[in-house]
Design a protein around this ligand. Structure first.
Ligand code: IPM
Ligand code: MG
Length: 351
């Protein structure tokens, strides 16, 4: 089969890590008899510099006409400390999510044996932790109107909005993941304070009778933040709104000690997007030192989304092998550190 893949390398280390995933996908193609047609487009700070728009129309059209999107990272320090900047790279990410209808962000959290000593948590607490955060991605306080300032600029406001329909479609996905896994779904909200959260609870409660095999529990977000570090092994699938999911998924990603290894998928109405969960790491840009494994594992999720399951398995296996063999970048190397490009070459050769 031939697949059209939109490639959005973005900023910082984005181009270097994405290049390694492409090497691996090309090898998958050669080995399994597929061809991947990669087309690059601009996003983020790079796109602002060249077009003034962090998610240009041509990039959007390319995504819409592709089978999947491979995404690097966005963000540039020149925008971070300038609250007055009119256009920001992050707006490109939000525009992409909204325009592609990517209402769900899926972040699997699991441990790698050889990296577990890097976890900030005790090994016995975190070893074997394996859960998925399903974050709502196109609603809530990120997109609610009104958002802005009062005329005299002394007051600012954001609005948290959810419709029943938005809640239902993301929770449905949560139920589906739970059904494929250990059949436990934790719904995280702040129903003791927020009206939106009470609508979440009400909606989930209506859905429970249709999923008798799934054990559902509700947890306040502050408690969830605590439990993730106290008992990470007790979670299976966690579903939550945009802002809570943003915070909890970052928290979840560091407990395993494998931040540079965790992939994510954003899925919804149009083309799905696959990207590492780490950021653009501008300090490392151009140095050929960034860890490409999270992006390569994102490519494995991309393959799964195309129903190429054996291919995805082969990619995961070669990543495991590189970690076991110690062909890894400096962030996780115990002995010799390999360059980003060397890790990519090794993965492609050994797949
Ligand atoms: C993420 C990021 C984004 C978010 C930022 C960069 C807008 O933190 O993908 O989690 O908050 O969603
Ligand atoms: Mg985030």
């Amino acid at each position: 089969m031939e697949y059209k893949i939109a490639v959005l390398p973005g900023d910082g280390i984005g181009p270097e890590i994405v290049a390694q995933a492409i090497k691996v996908l090309n090898k998958v193609g050669a080995k399994f008899g597929h061809s991947f047609a990669f087309t690059e487009a601009l996003v983020g700070a790079h796109a602002i510099d060249e077009t003034g728009d962090p998610f240009p129309e041509v990039t959007f059209r390319l995504c819409m006409n592709s089978d999947a999107v491979l995404f690097g990272a966005i963000g540039d320090p020149k925008y971070d400390n300038d609250p007055k900047a009119k256009v920001r790279p992050e707006q490109g990410l939000l525009a992409m999510r909204k325009k592609l209808g990517l209402y769900a962000n899926i972040r699997p959290v699991n441990t790698f044996k050889s990296l577990i000593h890097r976890s900030p948590l005790r090994t016995d607490l975190v070893e074997g932790a394996d859960f998925v955060v399903v974050r709502e991605l196109t609603g809530g306080i990120y997109f609610g109107e009104p958002q802005g300032r009062s005329e005299d600029l002394t007051k600012a406001f954001d609005t948290n909005v959810y419709t029943k329909e938005e809640i239902r479609r993301i929770v449905k996905l949560g139920f589906e993941y739970a059904a494929k896994r250990n059949k436990r779904l934790t719904v995280v909200d702040k129903a003791n304070v927020l009206a939106t959260s009470r609508l979440w609870r009400e909606t989930v409660q209506e859905m429970i009778p249709d999923h008798p095999d799934i054990e559902v529990d509700f947890m306040f977000v502050d408690n969830a933040a605590m439990q993730i570090i106290q008992w990470p092994k007790k979670f299976d699938v966690m579903v939550t709104e945009n802002m809570f999911g943003d915070i909890l998924s970052d928290e979840a990603s560091v407990i395993t000690g494998s931040l540079g290894l965790l992939p994510s998928a954003s899925v919804g109405i149009h083309t799905s997007v696959f990207e590492p969960i780490h950021g653009s790491y501008p300090q490392a840009a151009g140095k050929d030192i960034a860890n490409p494994l999270a992006t390569v594992l994102s490519a494995a999720m991309l393959l799964e989304s195309l129903d190429l399951l054996d291919e995805a398995k082969a990619v995961r296996a070669v990543v495991d092998k590189s970690i076991e063999t110690g062909v890894v970048t400096e962030d996780i190397a115990e002995g010799k550190a390999y360059k980003t490009s060397e890790v990519g070459d090794w993965l492609a050769e050994n797949l």
